[in-house]
Design a protein around this ligand. Structure first.
Ligand code: PEP
Length: 245
């Protein structure tokens, strides 16, 4: 199971302290099979990278530019810069970035250059509430996958995070049968169209210590991408505990 903490635009140097609890927790459960990945804001990547050295926690960034290394792109960070600072993962296609203008084709370019830089990808897809109400969920998910992964090699470097836009930060989560159906649909595309033998699909959207157990009981979920609840170490640890212990 993957547990990915997306801190979004939260956190400063003081918040690094909260990692101590998570580091202790993860070393206590060495034998349990799970992966912990933290995606703090860019400003904390370097400090995080130093702090988690020799622990089982891995580092990810929340976005990147599509240019692989350098260029005249003020305010942007490239995949190779992320790799250089100790990131192993990068989130691409988060709905908050799609909302700010990331298109499917830009997302595809970001995935391509990130993989070439040696990063693994947390590729976010998901339908809006209007699309869900119009019964367009399958259509949207398959469009996002087909365009995002167009001509991408090394597909084993991709984790999909299914994040219905209407469930991010709202407290609303899909009903179990719906979630299971959508994840099955996503896995089917990855197997049939991209020949990925054992695709990994995570769920993201308002996961918290109260709903984690029920969500984890859905048998085709490979982990969680956690926003708000990941900012408090105790909540993050609780989610992991409820899922794996
Ligand atoms: C997210 O931003 O990826 C997310 C899942 O947020 P939250 O858990 O706060 O809904």
């Amino acid at each position: 199971m993957y547990f990915i903490a997306n801190w979004k635009m939260f956190g400063d140097l003081k918040s690094l302290k909260s990692l101590n609890k998570v580091i202790n927790f993860s070393s206590k459960y060495k034998r349990k099979k799970f992966k912990l990945i933290y995606c703090p804001p860019y400003t904390l990547l370097d400090s995080f990278s130093k702090k988690i050295r020799k622990t089982r926690i891995e580092l990810g960034a929340q976005n990147c530019h599509f240019e692989i290394s350098n260029g005249p792109f003020t305010g942007s960070i490239s995949p190779s810069m992320l790799k250089n600072i100790g990131s192993n993962y990068v989130i691409i296609g988060h709905s908050e970035n799609r909302n700010m203008g990331d298109t499917d084709s830009q997302i595809n370019k970001k995935i391509n250059s990130s993989i070439k830089s040696g990063l693994k990808i947390i590729f976010c897809i998901g339908e809006t509430l209007i699309q869900k109400k119009k019964k367009k969920t399958n259509q949207i998910l398959s469009k996002q996958i087909l365009k995002g992964l167009f001509k991408i090699n090394n597909l084993n470097k991709i984790l999909i995070a299914y994040e219905p836009v209407w469930s991010i930060g709202t407290g609303a989560v899909p009903r179990s049968f719906e979630l299971e159906k959508n994840i099955t649909f996503i896995k089917k595309i990855l197997k049939n169209k991209f020949r990925i033998k054992n695709p990994k699909v995570l769920y993201g959207g308002s996961v918290n210590p109260k709903n984690a157990k029920n969500l984890a009981a859905i048998n085709n979920i490979d982990g969680f991408l956690i926003g708000g609840a990941s900012q408090k170490a105790n909540n993050f640890i609780d989610i992991v505990k409820k899922t794996i212990i």
